[in-house]
Design a binder for this molecule. Structure first.
Ligand code: ADP
Ligand code: MG
Length: 383
């Protein structure tokens, strides 16, 4: 279905997936007076627990999809591995953004890289490996490299670093020979990302460029504000992101991740057809968050450029924090909450596990120095 002109508050907005991104979408939608519906099989899903309606079925369940379509005026997604087929089915009855075609490209690293090339945004040298012949034909220049499954990877999962051809063969076999992409291992100086929102009329606004630090393949820290990266690189990243969104005919919120190499070259890494962990700071550090933008693109509300009002540092809170010295604990939130400029976001997940994203903490201040100092104090408080 085509985009409705304008869905007034009071309408019900739906989201496929009930994780923390869905939860923050629900909060933003409800603040504007919308009702919300979430489809997620998990009874304890973070978004399902705070939504007016929780359709508790699988993503491809006919009855569940029909119930969601019936209840909602428009539907978005928060989870990039929602089957594109589910979005296609919903789209037969309701406006769905982003569309299935864009999501399908983002779900497959090989297609994603082909799209980047079509848009003229360079990515890492790579080869698609979907057969033994393609494995044998991999050029030596791609080693050492990172073998990544083409589909279903996240937070560094579904990846193996390979230094030699023998390691490559072994890693591909360990991945059961599923279609993969081998990327050359690049000398990174740092990583950054851009969140863009594109409306059904083609209008685009973006958040400021975010500098990201990963640990063990998982985002750990994001910093946003003046001076966190060179202006010329930021401008190039924004231009690349807009070209990528435009090329997809995208409607909704899209995040594009980039590598900045040691020689200053900007290389696109991957995209997420939804709000992104690196954009969470915008809830506390800008006048419109990435979730506000998601609501606006879905409901046909005006897309206004977000203005950052504070320097922001975002720290991810992984389940590891719930385990100190071998014992399970409640992290010392009272110490963190005593810090000026700290906003604690917990996703309401009932069970902490090492590596699981349980929440995040945003530290805002007028200056980079202020935000960084509070972030260090928060780390010390968390232990
Ligand atoms: P995921 O989907 O799990 O986020 P990414 O492809 O973004 O997977 O890889 C996770 C992290 O691994 C990146 O943020 C980066 O730190 C590192 N990485 C990935 N690809 C490369 C590469 N080609 N060269 C160097 N580092 C890489
Ligand atoms: Mg990534």
């Amino acid at each position: 279905m085509t985009a409705p002109a304008f869905l007034p508050p009071g309408s019900m907005l739906g989201v496929m997936g009930g994780g923390q991104l869905g939860r923050m979408f629900v909060h933003a939608a409800q603040r504007l007076g919308y009702s919300t519906a979430v489809l997620d099989p998990d009874a304890d899903s973070p978004a399902g627990r705070v939504s007016h309606l929780h359709v508790r079925t699988g993503y491809l369940d006919e009855g569940g999809l029909a119930e969601l379509a019936e209840a909602c005026a428009a539907i978005t997604t928060e989870f990039e591995n929602v089957p594109a087929a589910a979005l296609t089915r919903l789209a037969a009855r309701r406006f769905v953004a982003p569309g299935a075609a864009a999501v399908a490209i983002a779900q497959d690293r090989a297609q994603e890289k082909a799209h980047f090339a079509r848009c003229g945004v360079p990515c890492a040298p790579h080869a698609v490996i979907a057969s033994r012949d393609q494995l044998d034909a991999v050029p030596d220049e791609l080693l050492p490299g990172i073998l990544k499954t083409a589909r279903l990877g996240y937070d560094g999962k579904g990846q193996a670093r390979v230094a030699t051809r023998a390691e490559l063969v072994q890693a591909w076999e360990a991945m059961q020979g599923v279609p993969c992409v081998l990327e050359k291992l690049l000398p990174l100086a740092f990583e950054c990302s851009v969140v863009v929102a594109r409306g059904a009329d083609g209008a685009m606004v973006h958040l400021p460029v975010q500098r990201n630090l990963h640990r063990a393949g998982i985002l750990a820290v994001t910093e946003v504000g003046e001076g966190v990266l060179p202006a010329a690189i930021a401008a190039q990243a924004i231009e690349g992101t807009r070209a990528i969104a435009q090329g997809l005919g995208y409607v909704g919120v899209l995040c594009v991740e980039f590598f900045v190499l040691q020689d200053g070259t900007l290389v696109v890494n991957e995209m997420a057809p939804r709000p992104h962990n690196s954009g969470h700071w915008s809830i506390d550090g800008a006048d419109l968050s990435q979730f506000d933008l998601q609501v606006r693109t879905l409901a046909g509300l005006p897309l206004v450029a977000p203005r950052q009002h504070s320097h922001a540092v975002m720290l991810n809170l992984l389940g590891d924090l719930w385990f100190a010295g071998g014992a399970e604990r409640t992290p010392p939130w009272e110490r963190v909450l005593a810090l000026p400029g700290a906003s604690l976001h917990l996703y309401g997940k009932p069970q902490a596990r090492p590596g699981r994203k349980m929440g995040h903490l945003t530290l805002v201040a007028e200056s980079a120095r202020g935000a960084r100092t509070t972030a260090l104090e928060a780390c010390a408080a968390l232990g």
